[in-house]
Design a protein around this ligand. Structure first.
Ligand SMILES: *[C@@H]1O[C@H](CO)[C@@H](O)[C@H](O)[C@H]1NC(C)=O
Ligand SMILES: *[C@@H]1O[C@H](CO)[C@@H](O)[C@H](O)[C@H]1NC(C)=O
Ligand SMILES: *[C@@H]1O[C@H](CO)[C@@H](O)[C@H](O)[C@H]1NC(C)=O
Ligand SMILES: *[C@@H]1O[C@H](CO)[C@@H](O)[C@H](O)[C@H]1NC(C)=O
Length: 403
């Protein structure tokens, strides 16, 4: 009996050695895959954990959801000594062993910011340009490969510095909900959740950060160059003479915006293509993202509720650092479709997909609105912080009309 056991053990050991050899050869690749693996495992763990929580909690979401959630969590952790519990993580790559150079590189006190961006191989050169700008400001980069193509990225110089997540045909909001949990990104001061089709020639991440910090913007976006395609809301257009703006005036069109306007999209509004969140605003926004509504339509109108205060003050569009929206229809962003391209060889199929996606996004928008209304109805304690506050505020606002 014993001999059999030890023989088995030998076989197993041999397998391990063989695996180990292959491991040595492909160490670098495996390191990366290992990281992706770990992230995936974490997600699976979180998902099952939350599914468990959901069955525990009443079918209907109720006002006690948050406190119950915490209560369940602390019950499950009851047998751990408190000091060992780590409720947070981050997206920083770690060396397998510490060397003097790597340990000096890790500067705990320095600031951390995150760029998260969907990346299709067709947009490689544009994503490359964006990432280079952000890397020079020491951003952490996470790419969401929605077309399944990761191998096409290995030749870009920064590829191994980035975290790559792969899930085919998923949207930016799907990725964000699953991979940017507030507990995982809480070390980052600002989170840039951008589409890939943005031109950053006139954009400097460092200067942008200085502006949002000094102006106290919890949610912001860079303004869009007026010659951008796919401009949906006037407030996002760049004003040449400003550093930033927080509202727009518009007499024509379906949405009229005046001094009296207190609501998006006249003020307190950024669009979904290039939002930037502070840590607290992201904590809120992540909870606002609906798990099953992957196109994120309609959420921009409610983001102001995550502004950590008055949305007419804490949400803004930065003019001095601006971007060009190229309006390329991609799955990652899934904004409104652009006009059809006659040179597109795949035109019919492409149009078909676009139509279907648009239809889906529109129906999701309806669901989102209904959920919001229902939540408002059912939450007896909820008071709309932005209910019109009367003339006093408007007079005050007129005095700083230039912003
Ligand atoms: C970390 O960065 C701060 C300033 O950002 C600097 O004062 C400090 O010396 C750095 N520490 C290390 C170990 O590099
Ligand atoms: C980025 O990090 C490097 C190394 O820690 C540091 O020398 C450099 O000043 C940082 N750059 C910025 C813009 O913070
Ligand atoms: C993703 O979408 C493309 C185009 O619609 C399709 O050809 C492909 O099969 C899809 N992949 C998956 C895994 O659903
Ligand atoms: C318009 O956008 C293109 C890039 O799409 C840019 O090269 C050009 O300079 C822009 N023109 C103006 C007037 O800003």
């Amino acid at each position: 009996m014993r001999t059999i056991k030890s023989w088995r053990w030998m076989v197993r050991k041999r397998h391990m050695l063989i695996d180990g050899g292959a491991c040595g050869v492909k160490m670098k690749q495996l390191t990366f895959r290992g990281i992706v693996c770990i992230v995936m495992l974490f997600i699976v763990y979180r998902t099952t954990y939350y599914q468990y929580l959901q069955t525990e909690i009443d079918e209907k979401l109720n006002p006690f959801y948050a406190s119950k959630d915490i209560a369940v969590a602390s019950n499950s952790l009851g047998n751990l000594p408190r000091g060992i519990v780590q409720a947070r993580s981050d997206l920083e790559l770690k060396p397998l062993w510490s060397t003097s150079s790597s340990s000096s590189k890790v500067n705990v006190s320095s600031s951390h910011n995150l760029l998260a961006i969907p990346a299709g191989i067709k947009q490689k050169s544009n994503v490359d340009a964006i990432v280079r700008k952000f890397l020079s400001e020491n951003f952490t980069i996470i790419l969401f490969h929605y077309d399944g193509n990761v191998d096409g990225w290995w030749d870009v110089e920064w590829s191994k510095k980035a975290i790559h997540i792969v899930a085919e045909n998923q949207t930016k909001w799907w990725f964000a909900k699953r991979f940017l949990h507030p507990a995982v990104v809480s070390i980052y001061d600002y989170i840039f959740l951008w589409d890939e089709d943005l031109g950053v020639e006139k954009f400097h991440p460092g200067r942008y950060l200085k502006i949002v910090e000094s102006e106290g913007l919890e949610i912001s976006q860079p303004a869009l160059d007026p010659n951008s395609t796919g401009i949906h809301h006037r407030i996002t257009i760049r004003l040449r003479t400003n550093k930033l703006h927080r509202r727009v005036w518009e007499a024509r069109g379906s949405t009229k915006c005046s001094d009296d306007s207190e609501e998006p999209p006249c003020t307190g509004f950024v669009e979904g293509m290039a939002p930037v969140f502070s840590r607290s605003a992201w904590l809120c926004a992540w909870h606002l993202i609906q798990n099953d509504l992957v196109h994120g339509w309609g959420m921009d109108m409610k983001l102001g509720y995550c502004a950590q205060g008055d949305r007419t003050e804490k949400v803004g569009v930065v003019d001095s650092e601006y971007i060009v929206h190229q309006g390329i229809q991609t799955l990652g962003g899934a904004s409104a479709p652009k006009a059809s391209n006659p040179e597109d060889s795949n035109k019919e199929h492409t149009l078909d997909v676009r139509t279907v996606i648009r239809k889906e996004a529109t129906s999701e928008l309806q669901i989102f609105k209904q959920r919001w209304e229902r939540a408002v109805r059912e939450d007896q304690n909820w008071v709309d912080p932005f209910r019109r506050k009367g003339r006093r505020n408007q007079r005050r606002r007129k005095q700083r009309r230039h912003i």
